[in-house]
Design a protein. Structure first.
Lengths: 384, 95
C-alpha cells in the first residue's frame, strides 16, 4: 500500500489545525444552542475508543456532553444469555465464542470460570473458526454468537453455507436501531442527537434511521472513526440541534450508503428474525435481539439442547454486582467515574460489571486511556 | 468489535478472496460483500468477511487510521488490539 498517499490521508484526518478549527466551531455552535449541557450519544465502542485514544474529549466544549450509549455488544449481552452459554459449557458441550465474552459475568460466574472448572470453551475470532472447529471433531460445537448486525451477517452467511451437523448457534446477536428508540424514550433522557455507528450502518444503510428521526424529532449523523471524522460528525450534529432540523445525515459516504449492503441484509433476514428481549442494564428492547428463524431450528442451540440455567442458580450473586451501575452508564445517565467501584474493586483483571470486561466497554476504555474530561492535551495529529 | 479492517484484494476464487493487509496475506469470505470485487479493489472486512467494497479513490482515506494504529501502537492499545483480532479472524492465506 502506498505509504506516501496513506501519510497524506493521515495528515488530512489528524491535522491539528483542522481539529482545533472543528473544536472551535463545535464550541461556537454549542454556545448558540444556549443550553448547558447539550447531550449527544454515540452507540459504538469503536467511537469511544477513538475519542479516548486520540484525546478528543479535550477538544469538546464543557457544555457538550458526548455520552457512550449501548454500543458494546458484549456489555449488553444479558445475564440470562451468559447463563445459557455457561450452563451449556458446564453440561459438557463445547462452546466457542469471542474472547471478550469469556469474562462477562453471568448470575453464577462466567465462561472463564466454567473453563477453569474443566468445561470446554474455545476462543475464536470469527464464526468461520467455530465452524472449522466443528469440522475437526465429532463432538457438538456451539457457537455463542454476540455482536451487532455487522457481526450477525457473518453468522448468517455461515448458516446459509451449510455448516456440519454437529454445529449449532446460541445467538445473542443484537440489532442497534431499536435501542435508539428505547434510549430516546427513557424518562429523564437528556439525549438531543445521535452519532450513529459507521460500520453497523454499512450493513443497514442510513435510511434505517429515518423513521426514528421522524418519530422522535432527534437528528442522527453517521460518522466514521478518524478523529476528524468524529469531530466533523459532532459539529454537524450540534448544527442540526441548533437549527431544529432533525434529519439523518451521512458523513461517512466511503463506507455507508442510503440503502446499505443489500446482499448482507438479505442474508441477515433470511437467517434471523428480530425478537424483543432485555439488554443488560438497559431495558426490554422490542426487536432488539436477533434469533434464528424457525427454518433454522435444527441449528439453534436453544432447541437442540436442554439448557439448564436453573442449575446455576444455587450460587448467590456476588454482593459487588449489586452496586454496579453499568446499566445507568450504558443508557447515558451516569459516567464511569460516578461509579464507586470504578478503578477500585472493579478493574480489567477483576471486572464486576460487563462494561469493564470488553475492549469496547465504556469503563474499560476510560480505565485504559484515562478518564473524562481532562485528558491533558489534544492528541489529534500525534507527534511525528 | 465493529471497527473492521481494510485490505487490498489480490486474488478472487469464488467466494473467497486473498487480501493483502500491510503485506500480510489472508483469506476473507465474499458471501456478504455489497458489490463484485476484483484484484486491486479495496474491501472493508469484519470477522473474516468482506462487508464493503471501498469506492476507488477512497481507499487511502480508509487506510490512514489503521496505518496509524498499527505504526504507533501504544501499550495495551484497545483499538490496535481490535484490528489485530480482525486480522486473526481472516483465514490463513495461501503460501
Amino acid at each position: 500500500m502506498s505509504g506516501v498517499a496513506t501519510e497524506a490521508a493521515q495528515l488530512k484526518f489528524r491535522d491539528p489545525t483542522a481539529a482545533r478549527a472543528l473544536g472551535a466551531a463545535i464550541e461556537k455552535v454549542t454556545r448558540e444552542i444556549g443550553r448547558d449541557p447539550v447531550a449527544v450519544m454515540h452507540v459504538c465502542g469503536s467511537h469511544e475508543q477513538a475519542i479516548a485514544r486520540f484525546g478528543l474529549r479535550a477538544a469538546f466544549p464543557p457544555a457538550l456532553d458526548v455520552i457512550m450509549g449501548p454500543g458494546c455488544p458484549v456489555c449488553i449481552t444479558d445475564v440470562p444469555e451468559v447463563d445459557e452459554g455457561v450452563a451449556l459449557a458446564r453440561q459438557g458441550v463445547r462452546v466457542a465464542t469471542y474472547g471478550d465474552m469469556l469474562r462477562v459475568p453471568g448470575s453464577a460466574g462466567s465462561l472463564a470460570d466454567a473453563r477453569a472448572a474443566g468445561a470446554k470453551v474455545d476462543i475464536v475470532y470469527g464464526v468461520s473458526q467455530a465452524v472449522e472447529l466443528a469440522r475437526q471433531t465429532e463432538e457438538e460445537v456451539v457457537f455463542f454468537a454476540t455482536g451487532f448486525e455487522t457481526t450477525a451477517v457473518a453468522t448468517a452467511a455461515e448458516i446459509l453455507r451449510g455448516p456440519p451437523r454437529n454445529f449449532s448457534v446460541l445467538s445473542a446477536h443484537k440489532y442497534i436501531p431499536p435501542v435508539m428508540e428505547i434510549v430516546a424514550e427513557m424518562p429523564g433522557s437528556r439525549v438531543e442527537g445521535f452519532l450513529a455507528a459507521g460500520h453497523a450502518a454499512t450493513i443497514t444503510g442510513f435510511a434505517v434511521f429515518e423513521p426514528f428521526v421522524e418519530r422522535h424529532r432527534l437528528p442522527v449523523v453517521v460518522a466514521g472513526f478518524e478523529p476528524l471524522d468524529i469531530l466533523a460528525g459532532l459539529l454537524r450534529l450540534v448544527e442540526l440541534i441548533r437549527d431544529g432540523t432533525p434529519t439523518v445525515e451521512n458523513l461517512y459516504p466511503r463506507c455507508v450508503t442510503r440503502e446499505g449492503n443489500l446482499a448482507a441484509q438479505e442474508q441477515l433476514w433470511k437467517v434471523f428474525r428480530p425478537l424483543g428481549g432485555r439488554w443488560r442494564g438497559i431495558a426490554h428492547v422490542p426487536n432488539g435481539n436477533l434469533r434464528l428463524q424457525d427454518s433454522w431450528a435444527h441449528l439453534d442451540a436453544r432447541r437442540r439442547f436442554e439448557i439448564d440455567v436453573k442449575a446455576l442458580w444455587d450460587f448467590a450473586p456476588p454482593a459487588l454486582v449489586q452496586r454496579c451501575i453499568c446499566g445507568e452508564i450504558m443508557s447515558g445517565m451516569q459516567s464511569p467515574t460516578a461509579c464507586p467501584l470504578f478503578g477500585k474493586e472493579c478493574q480489567p483483571e477483576t471486572p464486576v460489571g460487563a462494561c469493564m470486561v470488553s475492549s469496547e466497554g465504556t469503563c474499560r476504555i476510560w480505565h485504559q486511556y484515562g478518564g473524562h474530561p481532562q485528558l491533558g492535551q489534544v492528541a489529534v495529529g500525534g507527534t511525528p | 468489535m465493529c471497527l473492521g479492517v481494510p485490505g487490498r484484494v489480490v486474488e478472487v476464487d469464488g467466494l473467497v478472496a486473498t487480501v493483502d493487509f500491510w503485506g500480510l496475506r489472508k483469506q476473507v469470505r465474499l458471501d456478504v460483500v455489497d458489490a463484485p470485487v476484483a484484484p486491486g479493489d479495496y474491501v472493508l472486512n469484519h470477522v473474516g468477511f468482506a462487508i464493503r467494497r471501498i469506492p476507488a479513490g477512497e481507499a487511502e482515506d480508509t487506510l490512514a487510521l489503521y496505518s496509524e494504529l498499527l505504526a504507533r501502537e501504544a501499550p495495551e492499545d484497545l483499538m490496535a488490539a481490535d484490528v489485530r483480532g480482525e486480522l486473526d479472524a481472516a483465514g490463513r492465506g495461501k503460501r
